[in-house]
Design a protein around this ligand. Structure first.
Ligand SMILES: *Cc1c(COP(=O)(O)O)cnc(C)c1O
Length: 642
């Protein structure tokens, strides 16, 4: 059933709220024009009122119209993300508040690189960071030195780069202090220990260094700043830095096998190299916490260092959630033994799930209460994982994914903003005194801290306004998320039903319980035991579900995506179990055997809030399964040879 609270939240599959959108866009466009005229109302119009009568003006307009018509026509071949028939990737209709706020802000063209270029929207960006931080369970009292901080990025990829950058800056800083002969009882006696502090201990040390330097006379202060700065990894570069600290090797990053490829990109970009990205094995599509501990023990024996352990909240391919709480526990245990590292949550996809678990007062909703609302969501692990985000060092979350906002909006959030100064372009800001009331003043020079330079203030306005209209708790934004979870649970019911009704022709099953609103479907024609044949069947099915260049949107019934399962990620036991459920012969799943080293499955993102349209008595998920069954029948009638 569609939650009526969601009726005004979107333009809608049928453009139902066109009146509201049009009214708001026109109203605020006029308001913008009014503002232009009133900056200095005495200035006369620069473009003559008769300009529109000129032939070259008219020719220009004609050309403009022609190109806009061509663009508009071409865009009709876009993917209909807004449609309840779209069950493909991580995108759906846009939240109306974000769309309007973005359109409203665009003609002002704010640039959030500094307050000089985006005096209004830069504060909105800092506030949007705090809104997200609050949803994730971080402290957001800006009068405290250890307040959280977050900023927007072009997407999750760049937010992940920022996580690497910040973790490296903080990890390497104590070594710069040592090399500069800075003395403090909290600074370890050897390089390895100094490089492997708990991130909170490293921040405390940074704070002590700041306080000590701030207490000096101006000339001496400048000398110390320069002395420390000249030893920092950001100044020396990794080659020289690690050459000077022979006791330590470049650190590794631990990420689960199914982590997003932005981690590999980030390792290359930072110059750490992909070889330093270690894959943590998985079990049942989630990071295997025991395997993580085993890897850490091995690294500890080899006296290696760990920059970051990445836990994923909503994997891109499967929507599964890593046991974040177990990763935090591992950080505590190993940090106590001298192998400290930061924990980053890559919640680019699943971050907004936290809104469903958040009470209006900021507390976490108990598992039992949530279970009364849903059938199986959230699993105990999911609940514990989301509860543990507050203890992680940083998070990536994408407003342009489950936040239903326009592209160009990812976010990086860190738990304790004191380390951010290390990313600053100017050394002065590393040691700038961290007064309690200058939080906003400091971050209004945003360009100093972020990987990007000029960036959209309109995107920040869209994120902020959406979070204001729909606060990030269960009673507001969480209702959109709840709708997606209900759809997922309905999907699982239908999948079960399909497996019964098509038992004579196709085996169908949900290969593993989903943690979020991303759900897969595995299929195999009855009688077939060969993985390669099952894969060919699923790929042919996918042909009618994927985006085809040139096929019109009216021709296509439904959209879904496809992915594949590796035994490595599923775990040997679970894979054997899945193959048995599909009546596939495990011997046919062979590594290196031309596409048969993995199992192809259909993948669905159930983000659209209007999948269960009770008003018209339509269940789009049921229709999708009807369609699938029909297509399966057709394909089987045509023959299934690969
Ligand atoms: C989508 C995604 C990313 C990358 O985000 P972009 O916004 O596409 O740059 C990173 N990690 C995960 C888990 C993702 O789902």
């Amino acid at each position: 059933m569609t939650d009526p609270a969601l009726y005004p939240c979107f333009l809608g599959p049928y453009g139902e709220n066109d009146g509201l959108l049009e009214k708001l866009v026109v109203e605020f466009l006029r308001d913008h024009v009014f503002w232009r005229r009133n900056v200095h109302p005495e200035d006369p119009p620069a473009i003559p009122t008769s300009a529109t009568l000129r032939p070259d003006f008219q020719a220009f307009e004609a050309r403009l119209r022609r190109e806009l018509h061509a663009l508009s026509a071409a865009l009709k071949r876009s993917v209909p993300f807004h449609s309840p028939r779209y069950l493909g990737h991580m995108v759906s209709d846009l939240a109306l508040p974000g769309l309007v706020a973005q359109v409203l802000a665009l003609p002002y063209n704010p640039n959030n690189v500094t307050e000089e270029a985006g005096p209004v929207t830069i504060d909105l960006e800092i506030r949007a960071g705090l809104q997200l931080a609050h949803m994730l369970g971080y402290g957001v009292d800006t009068s405290r030195a250890d307040c959280a901080f977050g900023h927007l990025t072009s997407g999750g990829t760049v937010a992940n780069y920022q996580a690497l950058r910040l973790a490296l800056a903080l990890k390497a800083f104590p070594l710069a202090l040592r090399a500069a002969d800075f003395h403090d009882p909290a600074l370890p006696e050897d390089d390895y220990a100094a490089f492997n502090l708990h991130p909170q201990a490293a921040i405390a040390l940074l704070q002590r260094a700041r306080d000590a330097v701030a207490a000096l006379a101006p000339e001496e202060r400048r000398q110390w700043q320069q002395r420390i700065e000249s030893q920092r990894i950001e100044h020396l570069g990794q080659v020289e830095f690690f050459a000077r600290h022979r006791q330590i090797a470049p650190p590794v990053v631990l990420a689960p096998l199914t982590a997003h490829y932005s981690w590999s990109k980030g390792m290359k970009l930072l110059g750490l190299g992909r070889e330093q990205l270690l894959q943590v094995p998985e079990r049942g599509m989630r990071m295997d916490a025991q395997a993580l501990v085993a890897q850490l023990e091995q690294l500890q024996r080899e006296r290696r260092s760990v920059l970051l352990a990445v836990a994923v909240l909503g994997t891109t391919e499967f929507g599964t959630i890593d046991p974040i709480h177990a990763v935090v526990a591992a950080r505590e245990r190993f940090s106590a033994q001298g192998l400290g590292f930061a924990v980053h949550v890559d919640a680019a996809w699943g971050g907004y799930l936290a809104s469903l678990l958040r009470q209006q007062d900021g507390g976490l909703r108990p598992l039992a209460e949530l279970r009364r609302e849903f059938t199986t969501f959230p699993s105990e692990t999911t609940h514990a994982a989301i509860a543990a985000i507050g203890q992680c060092d940083s998070v990536t979350v994408d407003p342009h994914k489950l936040g239903f906002l326009p592209y160009g909006a990812g976010a990086f959030i860190c738990r304790d903003q004191r380390a951010m100064g290390l990313l600053s372009e100017s050394a002065d800001y590393v040691f700038a005194e961290e007064g309690v009331d200058d939080y906003f003043r400091r971050y209004r020079q945003l360009g100093r801290y972020i990987p990007e330079g000029s960036k959209s203030g309109a995107a920040a306005a869209a994120v902020y306004v959406t979070h204001r209209v729909m606060p990030l708790d269960a009673a507001h934004f969480g209702r959109m998320v709840a709708a997606t979870i209900r759809s997922t649970e309905r999907f699982i019911d239908h999948a079960r039903h399909m497996s019964e009704t098509t038992a004579a022709r196709v085996h169908a099953c949900v290969p593993f319980a989903p943690d979020s609103n991303l759900v897969c479907l595995a299929l195999n024609p009855v009688g077939n035991r060969d993985v390669a044949v099952a894969n060919a069947f699923v790929r042919r099915l996918y042909e009618s579900l994927r985006i085809h260049h040139g096929r019109s949107v009216q021709e296509q019934e439904f959209y879904a995506s496809m992915t594949s399962l590796h035994a490595q990620a599923v775990g040997a036991e679970d894979m054997a179990d899945l193959l048995a459920r599909l009546d596939l012969d495990p011997a046919t799943l062979r590594a290196g055997h031309d596409g048969a080293d993995r199992l192809f499955i259909l993948r669905h993102t159930l983000m659209n809030p209007f999948l269960l349209d009770d008003q018209n008595g339509i269940d789009y998920i049921a229709r999708y399964f009807d369609y699938l069954q029909r297509r399966c029948g057709q394909l089987l009638d045509e023959g299934t040879s690969p």
